[in-house]
Design a protein around this ligand. Structure first.
Ligand SMILES: NC(=O)c1ccc[n+]([C@@H]2O[C@H](COP(=O)([O-])OP(=O)(O)OC[C@H]3O[C@@H](n4cnc5c(N)ncnc54)[C@H](OP(=O)(O)O)[C@@H]3O)[C@@H](O)[C@H]2O)c1
Length: 360
């Protein structure tokens, strides 16, 4: 039986790409009693309410910076998924204090509110950008991970765990919607550096793994999703071949500050002696002294690897990439851009893609 059956769940950032898919899978497969969607923008909540039309959903306007609101909202909760974040690299670079307030202080507020309410389990969703971070977004998410893992020392009642994933296809602000929009407007696909690789995964698979890690975790682990990757060049070429025309161009605009050639999901240091292979995941055991967790994994062999990155994982070839894109609807002639690009004019789009304003 599902651990979520008849449970009460709160999702911070529940109106975002990940939050909506999580909500859909929980409602479809796990029969929870109630899911509380916690976020700031009322329009996104109203739209989500209409599209889901499910009485088990409750919508709460709130900001993770507001611990009082979080504490009230978590009353009677069994599980909390923490997905609220400022996640656009350039936005975080340009508004560092805001990024710290939401991603770091907000995460600490989630922890304290969960402890105050004896929540059973808190799952923090983190990113490859948090590993050896080069930009402030990554730094804030790395701080979030540290706070969440350390919270296991503060209470016996609440279990805290992190799950780290790389890019999912088509999430708000990601490169596939950008390419599709560029095809319709400038007919030029912009690439910063042709050597670049990125993890690539479907949102539904990522959420399936978030739920699996929630079930499997005992507290203090970082679950790392094993994801394949692709070169950004292959991605652009597949999109050009499938959806472009003879005039479609690929333009190189140069690597930008805060951007890596390859993304890393398990760092060299983490990989040294504390990683367990668990099928769909690598599990990074805590650096902190959490005896019950270490006891739980004591018989599991440690993995020997240098690091896990988007170059040494499986790199999809163009056929596999095309199949994956097709299967997930990204090559359909009509495409829903979600809110990020839908209202941009041609001029705004050019500004974003040419003036160092976009990092995937
Ligand atoms: N997208 C990816 O490929 C990817 C990969 C790895 C990890 N992640 C992580 O997964 C999580 C979700 O990403 P996503 O792609 O779903 O992001 P998203 O679509 O941009 O959604 C972000 C959500 O957070 C909410 N939010 C932002 N600031 C908030 C605040 N101060 N208080 C309360 N809610 C707030 C937003 O709603 P309002 O603006 O209405 O508040 C929205 O619901 C993030 O933590 C991200 O770091 C994403």
């Amino acid at each position: 039986m599902s651990i979520f059956k008849d449970s009460t769940i709160l999702i911070t950032g529940g109106t975002g790409s990940w939050g909506q898919e999580l909500t859909a899978q929980l409602l479809r497969d796990h029969n929870p009693k109630e899911i509380r969607i916690f976020s700031r923008n009322e329009l996104k909540q109203v739209e989500m309410k209409h599209s889901f039309n499910d009485p088990r959903l409750k919508f709460i306007i709130g900001d993770v910076r507001d611990i009082k609101r979080l504490s009230i909202s978590m009353r009677g909760c069994d599980f909390v998924f923490h997905m609220a974040a400022l996640k656009h690299v350039p936005v975080c670079e340009e508004n560092p204090d805001e990024a710290v307030k939401t991603n770091v202080l907000g995460t600490q507020n989630v922890i304290e509110a969960a402890i105050n309410n004896d929540v059973k389990k808190v799952v923090d969703v983190s990113t490859d950008k948090a590993v050896d971070p080069l930009n402030l977004y990554g730094v804030t998410k790395a701080c979030g991970e540290k706070l969440v893992i350390a919270a296991n020392k503060e209470t016996d009642k609440t279990v805290f765990v992190c799950v780290r994933g790389g890019n999912v296809m088509g999430s708000n602000g990601s490169v596939i919607p950008l390419f599709r929009r560029q095809l319709e407007t400038t007919n030029v696909l912009t690439i910063t550096d042709k050597r670049m690789t990125r993890f690539i995964f479907s949102l539904s698979d990522a959420i399936r793994l978030v739920l699996k890690s929630t079930v499997d975790s005992v507290g203090g682990e970082v679950f790392v999703m094993k994801m394949p990757s692709s070169t950004i060049m292959d991605l652009a070429e597949v999109i050009k071949e499938e959806l472009g025309n003879e005039d479609t161009k690929i333009e190189f605009i140069g690597i930008r500050p805060g951007e890596k050639l390859d993304e890393v999901l398990v760092s060299r240091y983490e990989a040294m002696d504390r990683v367990v292979d668990a099928g769909d995941f690598f599990i990074i055991l805590p650096f902190l002294d959490l005896p019950e967790t270490l006891e739980h994994y004591k018989d599991k062999p440690r993995v020997k690897m240098e690091e896990f990155n988007s170059r040494n994982t499986k790199i999809l070839d163009k056929h596999e990439l095309k199949d994956l894109l097709k299967k997930n609807g990204f090559l359909d002639p009509i495409f829903d851009y979600k809110e990020v690009f839908s209202n941009l004019t041609k001029e705004q789009l050019e500004r974003i893609t040419k003036n160092d304003k976009w990092v995937i």
